[in-house]
Design a protein around this ligand. Structure first.
Ligand code: SF4
Length: 68
């Protein structure tokens, strides 16, 4: 199954993909943990973001977590 279009978040160091057991995928912004300017789950696709930092590995969802 292909990933949704996450825009800039899909290439960002601070993105974590969260998968539900029902197969839904959400893009979580790790910056939201310490900076209230960033929503936990930004509206996709994100076109521009002051917090963007390019991920060195190009694999999407490098920090994936599964949730029940
Ligand atoms: S910092 Fe910006 S570009 Fe990076 S994951 Fe968060 S919202 Fe997306």
């Amino acid at each position: 199954m292909s990933e949704p279009d996450f825009g800039l978040c899909g290439r960002c160091l601070f993105q974590r993909l969260v998968r539900t057991t029902r197969g839904s995928v959400f893009s979580l912004c790790e910056r939201s943990r310490e900076d209230p300017r960033f929503p936990r789950y930004p509206k996709m696709p994100v076109g521009s973001c002051v917090g963007f930092a390019p991920r060195l590995d190009s694999a999407p969802g490098a920090g994936e977590v599964d949730v029940p």
